[in-house]
Design a protein around this ligand. Structure first.
Ligand code: PBG
Length: 330
């Protein structure tokens, strides 16, 4: 028999109106938590769509300024910039990455001149620049850790000197944070922030991004499993983060986000340092396409971002940043 006097606690009391629900909500999402990734393409006039990423474009040097103005106007203060260079500038060793006048350096200078207050993140890795699509230089067909470090250090200097506020190594070479931090300290670039892609998994969710930066065809069937993490592992993620903190990282990142909420949570619990998450291209496209088809309600995007916040992320890189900022300010 049910005891009719049972309910001292009725959790539904606090769900009786949206005002009550909001009053006791444990997590919120604001434009301050969102970072907009943007693709910039060399010699492009205007902008062009990316087939595998609904509603996301590549921008030429001029048009990206207009897009950034719109992003800022919607309350987002931070962008992450990814270059798509001319294919004939790609080579075995990613030499264009260390050219002071390359596409991304030019873009960074233009953007910081027009929008000095913006927080600009630039990736450190060679995959936009190599003919084989790997993040480092090859030795006997394998990405070689230590010779890659030399190039990454130089690339970091180029990006920081161009005016990037945050340098984000996404290459997963061992020891890169240490060497990059050292060279920044020694080059009077003490305030450049290091955001380490510390727990970056060898994920198939990056597929659309590789189309976007045109590295998919170069990479072919080759895998990044000799440097990116095995999706089975979580202890290893804690070890990666511990090392990167010791080496001088200011912020650590987990990538992808939604399939790895446990990893975000564990890192935040253990280290209590600024922890970002990257809702990657495949996560975005999956949701966005289903929304466009009418199979999912558009609120799934906000729900996915809230889940990432709830897991412990302080900020989120997401292709949906501008649209979500627009929506939550309503
Ligand atoms: C490359 C890099 C990748 C992403 C960001 N930087 C792809 C990769 O490792 O192959 C993926 C981002 C996304 O999928 O949205 N260093």
């Amino acid at each position: 028999m049910i005891d009719r006097k049972f309910p001292k606690s009725r959790l539904r009391r606090l769900r009786r109106s949206s005002n009550l629900i909001n009053l006791v909500s444990e997590n919120t999402l604001s434009a301050n938590d969102l970072i907009q990734p943007l693709f910039i393409k060399e010699d492009l006039d205007g902008s062009e769509p990316i087939d595998s990423m609904p509603n996301i474009n590549r921008y030429g040097l001029k048009d990206i300024l207009k897009e950034i103005e719109d992003v800022l106007h919607n309350g987002i203060n931070t962008i992450a910039l990814f270059p798509v260079i001319n294919p004939d500038k790609k080579d075995e060793n990613g030499g264009e990455a260390v050219n002071e006048n390359n596409l991304i350096s030019t873009a960074i200078k233009n953007i910081k001149k027009e929008f000095p207050e913006i927080i600009l993140i630039a990736d450190v890795a060679l995959d936009p620049y190599t003919s084989h699509g790997h993040d480092g230089v090859l030795l006997d067909g394998i990405v070689d850790n230590d010779s890659t470090l030399d190039v990454l250090v130089e690339q970091s200097l180029v990006l920081a000197n161009a005016g990037a506020d945050i340098i984000a190594p996404s290459d997963m070479m061992d020891g890169r944070i240490k060497f990059i931090r050292e060279v920044l300290e020694n080059s009077n670039l003490k305030d450049t922030i290091l955001l380490s892609y510390a727990a970056k998994y060898n994920s198939k969710f990056y597929g659309p991004f590789r189309d976007a930066v045109d590295s998919a065809s170069n990479l072919g069937e080759s895998s990044k499993s000799s440097y990116q993490m095995n999706p089975s592992n979580i202890n290893e993620a804690l070890q990666e983060v511990a090392m990167d903190i010791n080496e001088g990282a200011d912020i650590v990142m987990v990538k992808p986000a939604m399939p790895y909420l446990d990893v975000i949570h564990a890192i935040k619990q253990e280290f209590k340092i600024p922890t970002f998450a990257y809702q990657v291209s495949g996560e975005y496209s999956m949701l966005k396409l289903a929304i466009e088809k009418g199979w999912l309600h558009e609120d799934v995007m906000l729900e996915s971002l809230l889940s990432i916040k709830r897991s412990g992320a302080d900020a989120i890189l997401t292709y949906a940043a501008k649209d979500i900022a627009k929506e939550i300010s309503k």
